[in-house]
Design a binder for this molecule. Structure first.
Ligand code: KIV
Length: 265
């Protein structure tokens, strides 16, 4: 069983092979995801909303992220494990070093994810200089929901698109080894994916990205309330959770997911 590393994902991008990623919060699902084609798992702070029942990701604590990372780490053997740094746990490069250090040492993650562009460049450089791989996150930033006034598609106007484009390049230059683009028009996401060297993983960003990530509970249709318009309930047409995950993986690999209906123009 060959382990998937950031180098594996980089080579997949270079070979034009789509990357399958999902959020994951516990050991049992980690095993099921991995056995059914998921190559990278994100312990997302979305766990605050889908697991803890919170209204946003903001109250999620670092200790909770570490706990869930430990659970996922016990269930996976092969997939790359990425963990979100929670709100206000990386507001200075020094704080980010301490946070990321705990996530890797205590949690067992291989990479940390942070939200934001130009304000995070020093932090990304500091972490990567110390051997900590960073996945950046642009577009809709759930930790900035109070600033943006809701969960809205980003980069629809020329200025917004230019800012995301510039931030993506600057983050790559600062050392980020992966980028998540959330809720941006498909054409913009496709253009950014083609222009970056590092893998770009989309969520609500069309199928021109190098891979896709979904919130696991959305993908299985078990999130309460309205599912995001860009997600698909793969369990609805499957006989089991395993079959649903395998169907998601196959749809990402073939480029069939997301279709135009689940993308923004
Ligand atoms: O927290 C999370 O699950 C995420 C994904 C939406 C990418 O950041």
């Amino acid at each position: 069983m060959k382990r998937i590393t950031v180098t594996t994902l980089q080579k997949m991008k270079e070979a034009g092979e789509k990357i399958v990623m999902s959020t994951c919060y516990d050991a049992s699902f980690a095993t099921i995801l991995e056995e059914n084609g998921v190559e990278a798992m994100l312990v997302g702070d979305s766990l605050g909303m889908v697991f803890q029942g919170l209204e946003s990701t903001l109250p999620v604590e670092l200790d909770q992220m570490i706990y869930h990372t430990q659970c996922v780490a016990r269930g996976r053997q092969r997939a790359l494990l990425i963990t979100d740094m929670p709100f206000m746990s990386y507001s200075t490069p020094e704080l980010a070093m301490a946070t990321a250090g705990r996530i890797l040492k205590e949690g067992g993650a291989h990479m940390v994810k942070l939200e934001g562009g130009s304000t995070q460049l020093d932090t990304v450089a500091r972490l990567t200089d110390h051997g900590i791989p960073v996945c950046a996150h642009l577009g809709l930033l759930p930790q900035s929901v109070h600033k943006t006034g809701g969960y809205k598609v980003q980069g629809r106007d020329a200025a917004g698109a230019a800012a995301i484009r510039d931030d993506a390049l600057a983050l790559q230059k600062a050392g980020a080894q992966m980028l998540v683009l959330e809720c941006v028009p498909a054409a913009l996401a496709g253009e950014i994916s083609a222009s970056l060297r590092i893998p770009v993983i989309g969520i609500g960003a069309g199928n021109g990205c190098d891979g896709q990530v979904q919130v696991l509970y959305d993908m299985l249709g078990i999130t309460r309330g309205k599912l995001p318009s860009f997600s698909r309930n793969f369990l609805a047409e499957a006989a089991s959770i395993e079959e649903a995950v395998a169907s998601y993986s196959a749809a990402v690999k073939s480029g069939a997911f997301p279709d135009a209906e689940r993308s923004f123009q």
